[in-house]
Design a protein around this ligand. Structure first.
Ligand SMILES: Cc1ncc(COP(=O)(O)O)c(C=O)c1O
Length: 408
């Protein structure tokens, strides 16, 4: 069965347009489950892609939702997730936000500090609910370099177990029941040994911290860190030794895990969605300046190239539709977008020299951290349409809109 061509999608929906392939989301979900210890729960981190049509695929595939805002909560509900099974995460949650989540049915929160636990307790107690809480742990050490480290360092995330003076008595708070621990030390770890060391270390920290605080661990969320190529060709790593290594560590520290005591969980955004998405854009103009060629397209850092603010945007690779080689001629060209800022560069040195106005270009592996992690608000340009295909059919089409409303 042929997938709809970029030409047919763009003739219907215009450019730029994100095309997500349902089969690839389903395949990534199967692949990730195959490399994780069994049994386990898998949370889909909606921050990677809050499009509810994508969430719906992963909900049908057995994932739970990991959400970090009331916007992601709305997307999760729209995607069909049962938010009673969701995990609400993030530092600095406000009492109002927690109350909104509780009234929508969320019952499990990751708490990043004692103050965070107290805020959840305050909102839960006011609603006459006992919220289930995980304490997020900041472990004492990093286990290797990674593209983005969240804990194992000085950070706003988690409770620093090397220095905390927390005691069991501190956790005895009306409105919350501390039922487990949450780890998410790193993201996008290509090196299997580094990832295994991180997760195995988390298991050890979990046992020690739970003993120290007298927590009976019912839910142990070991986070993730599963990598995926972004904005360039490539394949997801397979981590062939991870499953056995983590299962061994769990057998040692939490012997009841195979029977669900504790339930062991993992989280992923990019591994589950990144390779399902392609951005298709059109070349608007070719320009020479100072001896350099600029390929101006109708997409830029407001649509793709996520997290540019923290310097994590590798050069995005673009290929001309209908060409095997990128550019028709050899040579370098900067691929830029339409924003009025010199920062709107997708690749300073692409091989798109030879592109012509009107050409379609595709940017691969952008199903995660696409629009939602880009500068959507800057220059107030419309968002691209987001299409989901299954086989030769378009099964969903939507567009993100940002509108301003006057307050009374
Ligand atoms: C707590 C938490 N969970 C899940 C994720 C998703 O990470 P990824 O998309 O790399 O799987 C992140 C990413 O920053 C995170 O901070």
């Amino acid at each position: 069965m042929m997938n709809p061509s970029p030409e047919s999608i763009t003739s219907e929906y215009g450019t730029p347009v994100y095309i997500h392939r349902q089969e690839l989301v389903e395949r990534a979900n199967r692949d990730l489950r195959d490399l994780l210890p069994d049994p386990c729960r898998l949370y889909f981190s909606l921050k990677a892609n809050p499009n509810h049509h994508i969430g719906a695929i992963l909900h049908r595939g057995g994932c739970h939702a990991e959400i970090s805002s009331t916007g992601e909560l709305s997307s999760a509900i729209r995607a069909g997730f049962d938010v009673a099974d969701a995990l609400y995460t993030g530092p600095g949650k406000t009492v109002d936000e927690i109350a909104t989540a509780l009234s929508a049915g969320v019952r499990t929160f990751s708490c990043e500090s004692l103050a965070d636990l107290h805020r959840v307790a305050k909102a839960a107690d006011a609603a006459d609910i006992v919220a289930r809480c995980l304490l997020r742990v900041n472990g004492p050490a990093a286990h290797g370099n990674s593209a983005m480290r969240m804990t194992g360092t000085a950070t706003q995330f988690g409770i620093d177990i090397a220095t905390t003076t927390l005691t069991a008595a501190d956790l005895d708070i009306d409105g919350v029941d501390v039922v487990g621990l949450h780890f998410f030390p790193v993201s996008n770890v290509l090196d299997e040994t580094v990832l295994i060391n991180e997760i195995v270390a988390s298991v050890g920290h979990a046992r020690e911290f739970a003993q120290r605080l007298g927590i009976t661990v019912q839910l142990l969320d070991l986070g993730g860190g599963f990598a995926a190529p972004y904005g360039r060709d490539g394949v997801r790593p397979t981590y062939p030794n991870l499953r056995a290594a983590v299962a061994d560590a769990l057998d040692t520290s939490f012997p009841g895990w195979r029977g669900g005591a504790p339930v062991v969980a993992f989280e992923s955004g990019r591994y589950l969605t990144c390779d399902s998405g392609t951005l298709v854009a059109r070349v608007t103009e070719i320009k020479s300046s100072g001896g350099r060629e600029f390929v101006i397209t109708d997409t830029g850092i407001h649509h793709v190239g996520g997290l540019s603010g923290i310097g994590r945007v590798p050069p995005i690779s673009a290929t001309i539709v209908g060409s095997d080689t990128g550019g028709a001629e050899s040579g370098e060209a900067a691929v830029v977008g339409p924003l009025c800022t010199p920062a709107d560069v997708l690749n300073h040195r692409s091989d798109l020299a030879g592109a012509r106005p009107g050409d379609l270009v595709t940017i691969p592996n952008v199903g995660a951290y696409g629009i939602s992690a880009s500068l959507m608000g800057f220059l107030s340009r419309p968002a691209p349409a987001e299409i989901v295909t299954c086989g030769d059919r378009v099964v969903a089409a939507s567009v993100l809109e940002t509108t301003r409303r006057d307050l009374p």
